[in-house]
Design a protein around this ligand. Structure first.
Ligand code: ADP
Ligand code: MG
Length: 663
């Protein structure tokens, strides 16, 4: 059965459901509440003035509706509850009027005003609550009301879909987990606190078990996969390092050392290199590519955007200028004839290092002897994209780079299938970015601080959460900010904006103008988050900073502080100041992510949502870390047991498929 066959679901609703990630009936029944609210009917004798109440009762009068101001309205009626007569007022629910008929039993939720014998209601439930009830709260989107969503889910539940249970029977029995169908029903319609707990536990466990099983399969696979055993001239590598315009940090040298060992071994390298923005990962990748070149193989470096690919290309060319390494760029916006030339050269082997975007994985690309694959900002790519690049070679070595570093204990579990190298230290001479939080009312201060930097000939980034005025939203947007900054600075400085709705060429042009200091203030959405390197920029202003995750803000902040001068980051927010304060106290990305770990769900933290690697419906890697550890152990035992083969056969479509296509 498809979604569209459900009652009251038309093509439009199907589109809205898609936005929520719901594409199939299975998605719908597993679209769980993101939190639960425990409701208990109040005892009027125990509530005092101004307290919240939840009351069941009967409507004792006709409903009166009053319209006022432009679009405001108020409903009033008398309400008989617990042997008292109260007056209920609720604002802007005119659409409820037809349902609120004399004599109907309802639940009123609101605040008690003892003096006026009145309840100002925040909500009215047309189906009265049980004495105690736990209500699931769902994320929804414009176009679908929570009530509709719940109806769709209920309709889907009625179909009694039987979903595969990925927890093996032996483990299910061992923990006494409840049945999967039962758990799903309980998650949508909690009947009892304890049962809900059990349902959550088994669902979390299932997600984490499947995840760890994949990890363990990959890990077992890893140590057997034959790769390229290289030999090369150590002295040449040392010389290359000595010739770099700076001396490498201890962590950079260490990472290069391990990668060198990996490349010598006859097994495929599968390594994650993590470190803050600006910690110098690119140089490490460059030395790796040089080693690969010395041993006679081609390297490919894939970046998520054209801007970034171009930047890498220019850097690498610059660093390699004394060598006979042939470096080329391949991006989607290049002319067809240019692309053809590159394709040819890659096939002939006349290119040693190819830097590019997704264009690298297009079908036209054939590599003569690809030996090393590097993906920058690895989480920006889907699993499929990464493995496609790998398939351009014969068991090439893989290096992933991530600028969202996470503490080692977590990394080892979460990236269990990879080896992890971390760069903790920043290159010498960098001053930590000074970060402060300002209120919206302190805009004058902010502008003064921006002006101080511009006066020195430096440049500034300004970031806002929205592109244009969102209806009814009081969040700052790029359009309005561009106007306002023009008013303030337009006579002296050039201001431009950049956002995701622009064409790639336009974005690139503006980015290049900013690099060349033809633009002094760049106003944008978070499109600049990824890797851009403009050394002369020393000021980062982020509006409505509370809208972003700590790790994301930290990434944005990493755009500045790239030269010897003092750089600044101003977070503008009236809300969540305490959370944001973490950033004023540390510039260590590992610490920031640890905090983020405590405060938010894992998806946001890793920025991994797009990739599909780490999307859990109910599990949260930090909060449920103990379940994860349990699942890790269980899955590795299970993998060795006789049952595994049959399990793999049963779940061949979903699980094993994804296992063998994951990298
Ligand atoms: P990442 O990729 O980790 O964000 P990059 O490799 O782009 O960081 O490095 C940021 C900047 O610092 C680059 O301009 C790079 O040339 C420079 N850099 C890298 N390592 C060092 C070092 N050891 N000393 C001084 N500058 C360095
Ligand atoms: Mg980088």
């Amino acid at each position: 059965m498809t979604l569209q066959e459900l009652p009251k679901v038309g093509p439009k609703t199907v589109e809205y459901l898609k936005k929520l990630g719901i594409n199939t009936m299975e998605d719908l029944v597993t679209y769980y509440p993101y939190r639960y609210e425990f409701m208990k009917i109040s005892n009027l004798n125990n509530v005092s003035n101004g307290e919240k109440v939840i009351l069941n009762g009967v409507i004792e009068s006709n409903v009166q509706i009053t319209y006022f101001k432009k679009r405001m309205n108020r409903l009033n009626f008398r309400f008989q509850t617990q042997n008292r007569l109260l007056y209920v007022t609720i604002f802007n629910r005119h659409f409820l009027k037809p349902h609120l008929v004399l004599g109907k039993e309802i639940t009123v939720i609101g605040k008690l005003d003892v003096k006026h014998n009145q309840i100002v209601a925040s909500d009215i439930l047309l189906t009265p609550l049980e004495k105690e009830e736990t209500l699931g709260i769902y994320h929804t989107t414009d176009g679908i009301k929570t009530r509709q969503l719940k109806t769709f889910i209920d309709e889907a539940l009625k179909q009694n879909l039987v979903l595969d249970d990925y927890i093996p029977a032996s483990i299910r029995a061992h923990y006494g987990f409840i049945d999967k169908q039962e758990a799903i029903y309980e998650l949508h319609h909690p009947t009892h606190k304890n049962k809900l707990k059990q349902a959550l536990l088994r669902t979390k466990y299932e997600e984490l078990f499947v995840y760890m099983l994949k990890m363990n399969v990959l890990k077992a696979h890893k140590h057997h996969e034959k790769g390229i055993a290289r030999s090369f001239d150590d002295k040449a590598i040392q010389k290359f390092i000595d010739n770099l315009p700076f001396s490498l940090t201890k962590d950079q040298l260490h990472a290069i050392g391990v990668i060198q060992q990996d490349l010598e071994k006859p097994y495929v390298m599968n390594r994650l290199l993590q470190g803050d923005v600006g910690s110098g990962k690119t140089v490490v990748s460059m030395v790796s590519m040089y080693i690969n070149y010395l041993s006679g193989y081609q390297s490919a470096l894939m970046a998520p955007t054209e801007i970034l690919a171009l930047q890498h290309y220019e850097n690498i060319k610059d660093f390699m200028k004394d060598e006979s390494v042939r470096v080329a760029l391949l991006t989607g916006s290049m002319k067809k004839s240019e692309k053809q030339k590159i394709y040819q050269a890659l096939e002939d082997g006349t290119i040693d290092i190819i830097v590019g975007t997704h264009a690298l994985i297009s079908d036209g690309v054939t590599m003569k002897n690809l030996g090393l694959v590097i993906t920058d900002e690895q989480h920006r790519f889907g699993v499929g994209q990464r493995s496609k690049l790998k398939e351009k070679g014969q068991s090439p070595d893989i290096l992933y780079m991530s600028a969202t570093p996470i503490p080692r204990t977590y990394a080892l579990t979460i990236y269990g299938d990879m080896d992890v190298s971390s760069i903790h230290t920043m290159p010498q001479g960098r001053l930590p970015v000074l970060t402060c939080i300002k209120k919206k009312s302190e805009m004058k201060d902010v502008l003064t601080m921006v002006y101080e930097e511009l006066k020195k000939g430096h440049q500034a980034y300004v970031v806002a959460p929205l592109i244009e005025d969102g209806e009814g939203s009081n969040l700052e947007n790029v359009e309005v900010l561009e106007k306002n900054f023009n008013k303030a600075f337009g006579k002296v400085f050039r201001i431009a904006s950049l956002h995701g709705k622009m064409k790639d060429e336009e974005k690139e042009r503006i980015m290049n103008d900013f690099k060349d200091n033809k633009i002094q203030i760049l106003i944008s959405t978070t499109v600049i988050e990824v890797g851009v390197d403009v050394k002369n920029a020393t000021m980062m202003v982020i509006f409505d900073a509370y809208r972003f995750g700590l790790s994301q803000l930290h990434q944005l902040r990493g755009r500045v502080g790239r030269n010897q001068e003092q750089s600044y980051c101003i977070l503008i927010s009236d809300l969540e100041v305490e959370r944001l304060n973490v950033l004023t106290k540390t510039t260590d990305g590992f610490k920031v992510s640890e905090e983020d770990f405590k405060l938010r769900g894992s998806g946001d933290l890793f920025g991994l949502r797009q990739s599909g690697d780490l999307t859990f419906k109910v599990a949260n890697i930090k909060q449920d870390f103990n379940i994860l550890l349990r699942a890790k152990e269980d899955s590795s035992d299970y993998l060795k047991s006789d049952d595994f083969k049959q399990y793999a056969d049963t779940h061949i479509h979903s699980l094993v498929d994804s296992i063998y296509h994951l990298d």
